[in-house]
Design a protein around this ligand. Structure first.
Ligand code: ADP
Ligand code: ZN
Length: 647
């Protein structure tokens, strides 16, 4: 087999590692992890949690690391891979993901390769040769390829001793992303152990829940001889660079357009619930001068792929997408994520907004929540034939999402509390911290609304309840003679919109519920009856009533949002010309090298260059993300740009 592969490899060019083969860590004298981080990656330090994981990997420990998206998982196995003998094999679920990682590593001068069905024969030959020669530091393969006997034989022979498993939750049978061949990892590991060749396994995922965690441990690490359970690292879920905001859904297309327009030139994602929604959103944004592409499972695969590549590789593309888009999109400089429709759960919300700001720079998010979305979701739950237990869980999850949407205090505190973490201080970077919602004693309003529901027999939807409160004469009012009720017209101090907001909050606080299986009748819960009897306080948010009509009972504080607040600028505006010039150069180089722009330099690096305006290579090497390979390859070119713009 070895000879065969060598023969196969003859006559091919050596792989291009990006022009700095000396980036291979010299075998004499160990270099510290921090040193390698700075020399190869050009990063000044580890992100929270990374350092200890890197150390554990270097000590040879089996581990499962749970880190949020954008937390920097890849580095945790890539860096140790440079400091050990023998290749590190990375099992990864998606070809595009592997390709991007390999491109990024090569740009750093690291000998990395992937064996995928998308390779050219030359590429495959070169990767195999490097593997047999012991030159390859990182080899990316799919789980399906790992399952092939010849792959396992090769890996055993070339002396692989570390297997990194990316997106390890794919091994979980009941998860959304189950990939049967992920189970091979556990099997292979056991075989190696039986042969007396222990294989270290380091697994990584962003999926936090306990059931998945348990399943990963069992399937990947279970029952291996002579080895203990893996060490588990759970790194906090806070992503402080993401700004959080929710708004009630009103003219969503217009609202998203203004949000996107306020962030012109930035790459972003707009999630919509349906394919049709995606199409319409993309059309609307495009018609208004935004470079926006649609993405959903109904599109031709070639089109879908082209759109994904454009989003990843070009600067400032906006993608309108269903949740089919996301996993395996490694773009670090997504600057915003907007939800035009309500996400499914708090988990999916966090995963989706987590695709913004992986580079650690400020990124903005906006979620529009419509009460109708909520009701629809609720009906889907009730109508499904899932067992009652499951339905109860789903209801609770929806309730958590609603509570987040209508949160009275810091949204990040509410969000992290859901994940079992405590944030002691309000975050300062969510809509509620920036504009703390004024609350008012809503006892009377709640009593009026609840009374209207009770007196109409809890048989009516929101519209009718509000008509009763406001004393409107409608056909239904006349037919049911509800104008005779004591409650009729008792709520004239609030507009219909304001009543809607009040009812929503009563629902969010569990004082009223909706019979979604029938006609959406509102009924009063036990907690609601307590409020009715005055045995319970009710505090309501005033600001939930933005855009209230002119008759607004509290319009003084229902201030309209004044325009848009783009994320804090990272560069002095006067340097904008320089930044633009740097970006243009980056795009040119990326096109030449056929790689995504961020593989050359990230936004953060360019922003630092534009701020620091380095004059020498040494100055430049101090900028974030400028390691020795990139310094050598691109240093002069970018210094010239700085010099030109200064002139
Ligand atoms: P994920 O955990 O989602 O897999 P990645 O490994 O893709 O995250 O890392 C996200 C981004 O953060 C990448 O662009 C990566 O280069 C960058 N990054 C990782 N570690 C550091 C660090 N210590 N300092 C600065 N940037 C880092
Ligand atoms: Zn906050």
């Amino acid at each position: 087999m070895a000879r065969e592969a060598r023969r196969e490899a003859q006559g091919t060019e050596p792989l291009d590692w990006g022009g700095a083969p000396e980036a291979r860590v010299p075998s004499e004298g160990p270099e510290s992890a921090e040193k390698v981080l700075s020399r190869i990656w050009g990063y000044p330090g580890f992100r929270p949690g990374q350092g200890e994981i890197v150390q554990a990997v270097m000590r040879g420990e089996d581990l499962l690391a749970i880190m949020p998206t954008g937390g920097g998982k890849s580095l945790c196995y890539q860096l140790p891979a440079l400091l050990r003998a023998g290749p590190t094999v990375v099992v990864s679920p998606l070809i595009a993901l592997m390709q991007d990682q390999v491109a990024a590593l090569r740009a750093l001068g690291v000998a990395a390769g992937a064996l995928t069905s998308a390779n050219t024969p030359e590429e495959t030959r070169a990767v195999r040769e490097a593997l047999w020669d012991g030159a390859l530091r990182l080899l990316y393969i799919s789980p399906e390829r790992l399952a092939l006997p010849e792959t396992q034989e090769t890996l055993t022979r070339v002396g692989v001793s570390l297997l990194a498993v990316d997106e390890a939750h794919c091994v979980a049978q009941w998860g959304h992303d189950f990939r049967p061949d992920y189970l091979t990892v556990g099997v292979f590991r056991r075989q190696m152990a039986q042969m007396g060749r222990p294989l270290q396994v380091a697994a990584f995922t962003a999926t936090a829940d306990e059931a998945t965690r348990g399943e990963i441990i069992e399937k990947l690490f279970g029952a291996a001889e002579g080895r203990d359970a893996p060490r588990v690292f759970i790194r906090g879920f806070d992503r402080p660079n993401l700004r959080l905001a929710f708004e009630p859904k009103k003219s969503p297309k217009a609202r998203i357009l203004s949000f996107v327009k306020a962030r012109e030139g930035q790459a972003g994602l707009v999630y919509c619930a349906s394919r049709k929604g995606v199409e319409k959103m993309a059309e609307h944004l495009t018609d208004n001068g935004v470079r926006c592409l649609p993405y959903h499972a109904g599109l031709d695969p070639a089109v879908r792929q082209a759109h994904q590549r454009a989003f990843v590789e070009e600067d400032g593309v906006v993608m309108a997408a269903t949740i089919a888009f996301g996993m395996g999109v490694d773009k670090p400089d997504v600057r915003f994520v907007a939800h035009a429709d309500l996400p499914k759960t708090v988990e999916s919300y966090y995963q989706e907004i987590g695709r913004a700001g992986r580079d650690g720079l400020p990124a903005d998010t906006l979620t529009l929540y419509g009460f109708d979305d909520m009701k629809l979701r609720r009906r889907q739950i009730e109508e499904s034939d899932a067992p009652e237990e499951r339905k109860r869980a789903e209801r609770a999850r929806l309730g958590a999402l609603l509570a987040l949407a209508e949160a009275p205090i810091c949204r990040r505190q509410t969000l992290l509390a859901y994940f079992g973490e405590t944030l002691t201080e309000p975050c300062g970077t969510c809509d509620l911290c920036e504009r703390p919602p004024e609350r008012f004693d809503g006892k009377i309003a709640a009593q009026k609304a609840i009374s209207a529901m009770l007196r109409t027999g809890e048989r009516f939807g929101m519209g009718h309840v509000i008509s009763v409160l406001r004393g409107e004469s409608t056909e239904m009012i006349e037919k049911c003679r509800h104008d005779q009720l004591k409650t009729f017209g008792c709520g004239g101090e609030y507009s219909a919109n304001e009543w809607r907001a009040i009812l929503r909050q009563l629902y969010a606080q569990g004082l009223a519920d909706i019979n979604v299986l029938n006609h959406g009748e509102w009924f009063v819960t036990e907690a609601g009856r307590q409020a009715m009897r005055g045995e319970r306080e009710v505090w309501l948010r005033k600001d939930a009533v933005t855009g209230a009509g002119p008759s607004s009972g509290w319009s003084a504080s229902g201030k309209a949002r004044s325009g848009e607040r783009p994320p804090a600028p990272t560069v002095d505006p006067s340097d904008n010309a320089l930044l633009q010039a740097l970006k243009a150069k980056r795009l040119e180089l990326a096109r030449e090298a056929k790689t995504p722009a961020y593989v050359i330099f990230t936004d953060r690096t360019l922003a630092e260059i534009a701020t620091i305006k380095p004059k020498t290579l040494e100055d430049l090497s101090l900028c974030h993300g400028v390691g020795e390979a990139k310094l050598k390859k691109f240093g002069k070119v970018f210094l010239e740009i700085v010099e030109q713009e200064a002139a």
